[in-house]
Design a protein around this ligand. Structure first.
Ligand code: UDP
Length: 485
């Protein structure tokens, strides 16, 4: 019977923390629903979560890892450049990295042949998986590590070209065909929409493969963005399952201080520090796993938060050695002044634990979807500061649709680790005061965020919308003919 046999899935994330982390969460989610999951990744990336997988195994979760060596030589990349977050010089190597992804096709196909899983969940950046799996009669789903809202905005740009009729980079235009009136500027758009880039072909293949796949998985829940979930399914006409927030699947299981990477601050230190602060009084400042700032931008942030007088935790990553050297006297002076009031973490923070702590009352975020979703799931309102990819779209969801955030006013799409000090200290100070200053509007944002947290929790409980989507998907996959061995 359909009940009797255990489904086996291949999960295949692209090698970037913002994809690996939710994929591992998703693996836990599916395995807690009885699916055997094999994660396919490279040796260095596997090491980043091997401890938590070991622990999960002891808890009875059936998750294992299959390795494909990273083809450094063929890709023309130095050894160790196996993860987007580990590139010291981003622009020079990023296209090589993305080009190298097609080199995974043959080894992946070999693994599929050998193991014949019942289904595949592949990263959006491996669009060829759809065809490779179809050849063997294996249904493949795409995990698009973003929200329905941004999927709908991206889709709009494939049908309409409002940005082409706008002369100035900074004039706003309305994104056509969406449930709400959403405005953007040309300067906030993905480069690819304005001129062909190394990603253009890939983006086209991604769109095609999404249409031909079994469907897509979205790290969201219905109640968060019902109009956009409906728009995506009914108007755009794509098959999608909302299965989030996937981060909840690691709430009770994994050691969260090791999520993605080992935290570079001792738990006793930060916990004692946060415990000593009043509820909702601390601002958490972090820009994801990839972004790095120049010395000039770092100084603006420092001066902005200092002037706001707010307590804060800041995860600081600098662009390069040169920037590190240029952080000189000014910054030392700043560090002295903020002693006790600010905690600076260099490298990796246990983000989920911070967001869940009652003292944390605001998150300055680049609006990477994982960070955004984690903030929403913790009931923490945001200061939005998008940098690249679909982050400018996510910002609109947060500030205009959900109304749980204040925009810092970033107007310019940046290559990762942008060159300039784009956002000025006054703008940072103003946004912090607006969100953390106890004004009525901010309090409304806070209470809306709290409501969303409750809805997020309900979504993944038995009977909740995401729970129901996961079980429905598994039932549907069980009815699919089993691949022949
Ligand atoms: N993250 C973390 N500690 C850090 C930086 C990031 O735990 O110091 C995690 C964060 O919780 C999120 C992911 O890394 O799950 C970053 O994904 P996101 O989509 O926010 O941004 P990206 O890194 O893809 O730009």
């Amino acid at each position: 019977s359909a009940e009797a046999y255990q489904l086996h899935a291949f999960f295949f994330p692209v090698m970037a923390q913002g994809h690996l982390i939710p994929f591992v969460d998703l693996a836990r989610l599916f395995s807690s629903h009885g699916v055997k999951v094999t994660i396919i990744t490279t040796p260095l990336n596997a090491r980043r979560f091997s401890n938590t997988i070991e622990r999960d195994k002891q808890l009875g979760l059936d998750i294992s890892v299959q390795l494909i060596p990273f083809p450094s030589e063929e890709a023309g990349l130095p050894q160790g450049y196996e993860n987007v977050g580990s590139f010291p010089n981003f622009p020079a190597v990023i296209s090589k990295f993305f080009n190298s992804l097609s080199l995974f096709q043959q080894p992946f196909e070999d693994l599929l042949q050998e193991h014949r899983p019942n289904f595949v969940v592949a990263d959006v950046f491996f669009p060829w998986v759809t065809d490779v799996s179809a050849k063997l009669g294996i249904p493949s789903l795409i995990f698009d590590a973003t929200c329905f809202f941004s999927l709908c905005v991206s889709d709009s740009f494939t049908r309409y070209t409002p940005h082409e009729n706008i002369k100035s980079e900074t004039d706003t235009f309305v994104v056509p065909g969406l449930p709400d009136k959403i405005e953007l500027t040309r300067s906030q758009l993905i480069d690819d929409l304005k001129k062909p880039t190394h990603l253009s072909k890939m983006m086209e293949r991604i769109r095609e493969s999404e249409g031909r796949s079994f469907g897509i998985l979205v790290n969201s829940f219905y109640e968060l963005e019902p109009a956009y979930a409906d728009h995506y399914r009914k108007v755009i006409g794509r098959k999608a399952w909302h299965v989030g927030p996937v981060s909840f699947s690691n709430r009770d299981i994994a050691d969260k201080s090791e999520r993605g990477n080992r935290a570079s601050i001792d738990e006793h230190v930060w916990l004692k520090w946060l415990d000593s602060k009043k509820p909702n009084s601390v601002l958490y400042v972090s820009f994801g796993s990839v972004a790095r700032f120049t010395a000039a931008q770092v100084l603006e942030i420092a001066m902005g938060i200092e002037a706001s007088g707010q307590s804060f935790i800041w995860v600081l990553r600098l662009k390069d050695e040169d920037s590190k050297q240029r952080i000189t006297e000014d910054f030392e002076d700043f560090e002295k002044k903020i002693e006790g009031r600010g905690l600076i973490i260099r490298d990796w923070a246990p983000q989920m634990l911070f967001l869940d702590h009652p003292a944390v009352g605001g998150f300055v975020t680049h609006c990477g979807w994982n960070s955004t979703m984690e903030s929403l799931s913790a009931g923490v309102p945001m200061i939005t500061w998008p940098l690249f990819a679909e982050q400018f779209y996510n910002e609109k969801l947060v500030t205009q649709v959900l109304k749980v955030g204040v925009s810092v006013g970033a107007m310019e799409y940046q290559t990762i680790g942008g060159e300039k000090a784009i956002v000025k200290r006054e703008d940072i100070k103003n946004a912090v005061e607006q969100l953390m200053g106890g004004g009525e509007e901010a309090e409304q944002m806070r209470s809306r965020a709290r409501e969303l947290k409750e809805k997020a929790e309900r979504a993944l409980e038995e009977g909740g919308s995401s729970y129901a989507n996961v079980t429905a998907l598994i039932e549907e996959l069980k009815l699919h003919p089993r691949p022949a061995i």
